[in-house]
Write a protein that binds this ligand. Structure first.
Ligand SMILES: *Cc1c(COP(=O)(O)O)cnc(C)c1O
Length: 482
């Protein structure tokens, strides 16, 4: 029997209950009625709830949830780090919040200036030549760049058919490849977890449009042969696309453009200060080298003769638009504020601390599990719980669920796919040493429990508002309200 821990707001509704009364004279400027011309004639069933009931409803929901404002959220690959509140505040300034995408350009010069400056900052950080801020997420950035790569090869007279993707890649890589009309061919990893250069060379041909490479890769390892890899792909006439979701680890240390990458996306909602998760807007800007610039989505932001910034659609080779309007502007505001506030030194420290924190936590817990690679990790690490499963019957998912009982969040599990019973941990740079040590202590305790009371873990979590969910059923049968 499932026990709903909180009714829906519609169930709390009672006819005639109100919060604020708009017609009591307190707000003389607010029109009492929506003008008839603007009314839609729908029978909207809106909940009728008093102000304290609304507040309590949402506070109770927030307490039922685990979130970054409660504690560490070390989901590998996701970079769930604290986002400075000051950037949130800046994104809510009325001059940014209350503008409309169809306003005349003359009236939004500040916003366009910010977008242009962010493009420049991102190209400087990555060592590239030009950028688009339009894509709504990392995956859409991948697709955007692949469409540009397709347009580039087509313009060269040889469209090519194949995109090479390492077997450790994020699932969005082969998906974007297929969406862009390419065949995706997998490259195996070496036993150490790096791209197998010899296998890559074997698969290179006249038909290969690009290699998609993630660096650091999804095992958290720096691809030390990146220069050789890039050179081999270029020699075969292909381009190199870097999945830049892990840029957090490289800031101020490695500029992908300097090692020959032709195009990459950046997840503003991972590296640059936008809250990540919950389906809220993110942004996946794409930065490219000069030879891909003509293919960037339109509009580009250009300065006219009078010094006014404008949207320009004058780009005959452009792949067109990839999103309604101009991208997720308030995400750009947060990113720009973050970059300007930290500056080159601060960004470098982000990478330093992200790598330091991951290595420290790895050092504290690696003997409990089997590291996925003998190489040192960068900003995240992957361990396998296969041995624990063999010895106790307890699986990675059981350990993950048990962590919730201790008031900390679980790492990513079962990804990357090439590691059995994978546990992928990314503490991020915004956690303290004490938090990392407590996390390691909790992990030790849970592993001990796995040996002594495996049944306890198989039924976990025991203390959360909802117990273990049937995740497969939940994703197949979407019933959001019982
Ligand atoms: C998060 C991530 C993506 C996809 O980004 P979204 O913004 O979620 O679409 C792609 N590759 C890697 C390595 C990632 O971690």
């Amino acid at each position: 029997m499932t026990r709903p821990f909180e009714p829906t707001i519609f169930e709390l509704s009672r006819p005639g209950r109100r919060g604020l009364e708009m017609d009591d004279g307190a707000f003389p400027d607010v029109p009492k009625e929506i003008p008839t011309a603007l009314q839609r004639h729908l029978d909207l069933e809106l909940p009728e709830v008093s102000e304290p009931e609304v507040i309590r409803h949402f506070v109770r929901l927030s307490r039922a949830n685990y979130h970054l404002d409660l504690g560490i959220y070390p989901l590998g690959s996701c970079t769930m780090k604290h986002n400075p509140r000051v950037n949130e505040h800046l994104a809510r300034l009325p001059g940014f919040l209350a503008i409309h995408p169809l306003q005349p350009e003359e009236t939004v010069q500040g916003a366009l200036k910010l977008m242009k400056a962010l493009e420049e900052a991102l190209t400087a950080i990555t060592g590239m030549d030009a950028a688009t801020l339009q894509p709504a997420a990392g995956a859409q950035g991948e697709l955007t760049a692949l469409l540009m790569i397709r347009a580039y090869h087509t313009a060269q007279g040889n469209p090519r058919k194949i995109v090479l993707v390492p077997d450790s890649a994020h699932g969005t890589n082969p998906a974007s490849t297929t969406l862009a009309g390419y065949e995706s061919v997998s490259i195996p990893s070496t036993p150490e977890g790096l791209v197998d250069l010899a296998a890559l060379k074997e698969r290179l041909s006249e038909d290969v449009a690009a290699l998609m490479i993630t660096n650091p890769n999804t095992l958290g390892l720096f691809e030390v042969q990146i220069r050789e890899i890039v050179e081999a792909v270029h020699q075969a006439g292909g381009l190199v696309y870097m999945d830049g979701a892990n840029l957090n680890a490289l800031l101020g240390y490695v500029r992908p453009g300097d090692v020959g990458v032709d195009a990459m996306h950046i997840n503003l909602h991972k590296t640059f200060s936008t809250p990540h998760g919950g389906g809220g807007p993110g942004a996946g800007p794409v930065v490219v080298k000069a030879h891909l610039e003509p293919f960037l989505p339109v509009p580009r932001i250009v300065e006219d003769e009078d010094g006014i910034l404008r949207f320009s659609f004058d780009a005959p080779q452009s792949i067109g638009k990839v999103l309604g309007f101009w991208g997720h502007f308030l995400v750009m505001v947060r990113a720009y504020a973050y970059v300007r506030r930290l500056g080159p030194e601060g960004l470098r420290e982000v990478a330093e601390n992200a790598v330091l924190n991951a290595n420290y936590l790895f050092h504290l817990v690696k003997n409990l599990f089997e590291p996925a690679s003998p190489l040192p990790p960068m900003h995240e690490f992957v361990v396998s719980l296969a041995r624990l499963k063999k010895e106790t019957g307890v699986r990675a998912i059981d350990v993950a669920k048990r962590l919730l009982d201790y008031g900390v969040y679980a790492p990513t599990v079962y990804f990357p796919l090439i590691v059995p019973e994978a546990f992928m941990v990314e503490p991020t740079e915004t956690e303290t040493r004490e938090t990392l040590e407590r996390y390691a202590d909790v992990l030790k305790k849970v592993v001990q429990e796995a040996r002594e009371q495996p049944e306890l873990l198989k039924e976990a979590p025991h203390t959360t508002p909802v117990r273990r969910l049937n995740e497969a059923k939940a994703s197949r049968e979407l019933v959001v309200r019982e």
